[in-house]
Design a protein. Structure first.
Length: 341
């Protein structure tokens, strides 16, 4: 996850202040509404491989590094082993570093409509990025393995996107969206983003489709005595984040999914601009699932243990978190294939 952004910078002193009162939930594996059963053991196997890549190549998997290139090769080979042919999308980011998105298609009954599930595969240069965002990569690979085995094709074509350069300007997802026509964008039923979904003892952040969290934040800051001149620029910036009328449908489905399993969630707007959901905002229905465990480390707000640090390793991963994130994405895909046009 790429933080900070201008809005996140403004909020960094407030997020811990406003969210620390939210209880954390020890996640338990939940039976998905579908017959598919995701394997956390398979996901951990992928994380072992990504950690080994980082350890062998300067302890990171950042864009433009050998660790980054080997990560792409691992994803491509894993997908080929499933009998699918991944597509590569090579691009240069804002710093002229060469990155590569990996896109996998499971053809649906309709070629004109699609669901995209995405997660970035690059790490920051400071660490191996096993939670941020090897965890999202591992979930996507397991989703592909399961959904490929279904006897009937889905209603909508499924695209699984492994983005590069999220940690450097959200470059990969932006390059993809820039390459799409308006007709292609119109056919996208949803973009689902997975980031930092291996966090232990987490509070689950879901995209705030109805923007109710903005008013809640404003009321909270007002009640705590903050002057309007101080909080208004922040909440006004959040209100200007583009949105799509169908965002709220995705939010409601995720909220029901988690609450039906006794898992607390928090809806959030600011994280939408800080990950690969940002380029899709307002153009297609968007949702995201992010697992935070926020702590203040001196003056620094850490969004999860070892966030953007060398210690973001396999030791901190909760397999149950990854499994529930995968099941949430699977539930969204099932709902969209059952109800959308």
């Amino acid at each position: 996850m790429h933080l900070p952004t201008p809005v996140a910078l403004a909020l960094s002193g407030l997020l811990s202040f406003s969210l620390m009162g939210c209880g954390t939930t020890q996640l338990q594996p939940a039976a998905p509404a579908q017959t598919l059963t995701l394997s956390s053991a398979n996901m951990l196997q992928h994380l072992h491989a990504l950690q080994k890549i980082a350890q062998t190549h300067a302890h990171n998997r950042a864009i433009g590094t050998e660790g980054g290139r080997q990560t792409v090769q691992y994803i491509r080979q894993t997908i080929k082993n499933m009998g699918l042919e991944p597509a590569g999308m090579v691009f240069k980011n804002r710093h002229q570093l060469v990155g590569e998105n990996v896109i996998v298609e499971i053809q649906g009954q309709s070629k004109d409509t699609a669901i995209i599930i995405g997660a970035h595969h690059d790490s920051v240069p400071m660490g191996p990025g096993i939670n941020d965002n090897g965890s999202g990569v591992a979930v996507l690979l397991e989703l592909i393995r399961q959904l490929k085995q279904q006897p009937q094709p889905p209603k909508h074509t499924l695209y699984f996107a492994f983005w590069d350069s999220e940690e450097d300007g959200i470059g990969g997802a932006q390059h993809f969206v820039n390459a799409m026509t308006s007709k292609q964008l119109e056919g996208i039923q949803a973009y689902i983003n997975l980031d930092m979904v291996g966090t232990k003892d987490s509070t689950i952040q879901i995209a705030d489709g109805d923007r109710s969290s903005i008013a809640e934040m404003e009321n909270m800051l007002k009640a705590r005595g903050m002057a309007e001149n101080d909080y208004k620029p922040i909440t006004d910036s959040l209100a200007k984040i583009p949105h799509h009328p169908q965002d709220v449908v995705l939010e409601q489905h995720l909220r029901h999914f988690f609450t039906a399993r006794n898992i607390k969630v928090k809806d959030d707007v600011s994280t939408l601009t800080a990950s690969d959901s940002a380029p899709f905002l307002g153009k297609v229905p968007v949702t995201s699932v992010i697992f935070f465990n926020q702590q203040m480390k001196g003056d620094e707000l850490e969004f999860a243990p070892c966030y953007h640090k060398a210690c973001d390793t396999l030791d901190l991963i909760d397999p149950k978190s990854m499994q529930i994130a995968g099941e949430a994405a699977l539930s969204l895909v099932t709902m969209l294939n059952a109800t959308s046009k």
